[in-house]
Design a protein. Sequence first.
Length: 275
Amino acid sequence: VRLQVQNVEKPLYRGTFHCFQSIIKQESAFGLYKGIGSPMMGLTFINALVFGVQGNTLRALGKDTPLNQFLAGSAAGAIQCVICCPMELAKTRMQLQGTGEYKQKTKNYKNSLDCLIKIYQKEGLRGINRGMVSTFIRETPSFGFYFLTYDCMTRYLGCEAEDSYVIPKLLFSGGMSGIVSWLSTYPMDVIKSRLQADGVGGVTQYNGILDCVRKSYHEEGWRVFTRGLTSTLLRAFPVNAATFATVTVFLMYMKSEDNLPECEPGPVIHQPSSL
């Protein structure tokens, strides 16, 4: 977020590693966890929605095909925007608080919840949902590619429940899914961050998505749309590797429990090749 929205005329950070160093030096290690309250509150519901909607949509579509995987993932991505947008708005505002041109002696927000309450009091529902359209444009295809990539990777690697290497394969598949997902719509994430950060210092720069795209490109060129990509991909692999592997293993285990006879001593997982 900091790399995406920093002032091009007076940049604070030269890159991912320099940004990391600067935050620790100026704000201590706790600076790396600014705005953590918002994801902690929202990610549980987001993941529940995403995997629930994707699974049910895929069943409703009938056949487990690559196109249906993409459509089911896209549906899940679109629906979770309702929670994702306000969550990321609070996260962005908290992460920028007290830095660069937004540096102030007193803090505007105590925590993520206080941030959302104050935004609502000042701007209403429109303020809470700032960046909703850009979030929708980013998340819908992004989650389509997310689930499509995971499905293709697990099939290609032959992820079977009986395979002794199934966990590493699931972790790799999940990690690659996260990377493909972010690469597919990353420029829109830059725009979303800029729109949600707009007006923090009291000055509004952009009138909307197209205006933000035009001004950003005019001032900084096409490279502006790759700002912060390195740090995003470094985060994406482990996060999504853990998420997908955990969900898959848990569902495999629960399915095996449901199919067990009462007298059987322990769980035996039988799962078709399509996880």
